[in-house]
Design a protein around this ligand. Structure first.
Ligand SMILES: O=CC(=O)O
Length: 398
């Protein structure tokens, strides 16, 4: 049974070394080959064989000792698991280079034993859930390192009140999330999923008129939330010759606006009235919860499309269902819903003018690996008591 299978089944704690197994084996083989060659030059074959065997044993013992020492030095981190709904396998190498890892399932078998040694919790897809009960069983905890930007699932004021740092992974998620927003926008506008269905349907004989889409090039995009990801979306929209409107708590500098050709709408209503595509990229906070509801839908054009890559709760979903059902807007393309996944009988799943993806904005190997590395870098700094690069402080404490 290999290490990943063990971890998948939650059977073992792991402490892999950096560099990868294959590379280590190759290096070890080359070292012993070199050793054998030098010995052969010096001695008779039988003697060389005995000396080589002894050298091998000696080397293995040294390696074992080194591994034990390394493992003993590394701090412990609590993780969810490497599985279909957990981490990619590469995560074990990235996190294991600096931490001894223990899966949540293993941890729960004996929290009293494992709790005191844990210094970091790595949270991925809200897992393990950082509840007060978990925190109270981790007396040595120094950091909760979240994978992703959104930290609405973490009680930041409470966690920090315990002297525990909270950090996230901004920047590295920007491009993948912006790509996803544009992907949803294009797929909805050009009915790409419906086109695929028609293309593979054995009964298809012609291109039905219902596959007619709406033009993206030259249309107006309204970006609500012009932070790092919103700005990346604007850069992409510029490439489609779109007119770009944005609404944000803080206006961007003139240079930033000019470089993408974006116009600021201080009043969000103006953006809603004018946009062909309204794209939501805000953080979920008390202010943005239910930001788009009945009134906002009534301001949007009947030809408009809502794209949401922020959080499901930013949209009043009942109001959305009503707007889509009555065709008071053209369509919605959502990477986020509330809850996730939606109950299988949820009305959104049965409307023809909605496209839903399962919160996969950052889901590329490149971005995922960068996020995990950033979580590790943050956690290492926190454990060492150094400034944490992406520390999140409670609102108003920056
Ligand atoms: O949802 C993704 C993120 O919070 O980065």
């Amino acid at each position: 049974m290999d290490m990943f299978n063990c971890l998948r089944r939650g059977q073992f704690h792991i402490s892999p070394e950096p560099g990868g197994k294959r590379m280590r084996k190759t290096k070890a083989r080359m070292r012993s080959l070199h050793h054998v060659q030098s010995l052969r030059k010096l001695s008779a074959p039988a003697q060389a064989f005995r000396l080589t065997a002894v050298a091998h044993l000696h080397r293995s013992a040294q390696l074992l000792q080194h591994r034990k020492e390394m493992a003993a030095e590394k701090p412990w981190a609590l993780i969810s698991e490497v599985s279909e709904n957990g981490y990619i396998e590469e995560a074990v190498d990235i996190m294991g280079a600096n931490f001894n890892l223990i899966c949540h399932k293993d941890f729960l078998l004996n929290p009293q034993l494992h709790g005191p040694k844990i210094q970091s919790v790595f949270v991925w897809n809200n897992d393990p859930p950082v509840q007060h009960s978990l925190l109270s069983s981790l007396p040595s905890l120094k950091v909760v390192a979240n994978g992703g930007v959104g930290i609405d699932h973490l009680d930041v004021p409470y966690i920090t009140s315990l002297g525990v740092k909270v950090c996230n992974t901004p920047d590295v998620v920007n491009n993948a999330t912006a790509d996803m927003a544009m992907g949803l926008l294009l797929a909805s506008a050009r009915k790409i999923v419906e086109c695929h269905q028609v293309s593979i349907d054995p009964k298809t004989t012609h291109i039905p008129l219902c596959l007619m889409g709406v033009e993206v090039t030259g249309s107006t995009i309204g970006i609500i939330g012009m932070g790092r990801i919103g700005y990346k979306i604007a850069q992409r929209a510029k490439g489609f010759d779109m007119k770009i409107l944005y609404h944000n708590r803080h206006r961007r500098s003139v240079e930033e606006e000019q470089s993408v050709g974006a116009c600021y709408c201080q009043n969000m209503d103006d953006l809603l009235k004018e946009s062909d595509f309204v794209v939501l990229v805000v953080n979920l906070t008390a202010e943005t919860k239910g930001l788009i509801s009945h009134r906002e839908f009534s301001l949007m054009k009947p030809t408009a499309t809502l794209v949401n890559v922020s959080r499901g709760l930013v949209v009043d979903q009942d109001a959305l269902v009503k707007a889509l059902h009555s065709e008071s807007i053209r369509a919605a393309a959502l990477d986020v819903t509330y809850p996730e996944p939606l109950p299988r009988d949820h009305p959104l799943l049965h409307l023809p003018n909605v496209l839903i993806t399962p919160h996969v904005g950052t889901n590329t190997y490149t971005t995922t690996k960068k996020m995990i590395q950033q979580m590790v870098d943050n956690a290492v700094a926190a454990v060492k008591g150094l400034p944490v690069p992406n520390e999140v402080r409670p609102e108003g404490k920056n």
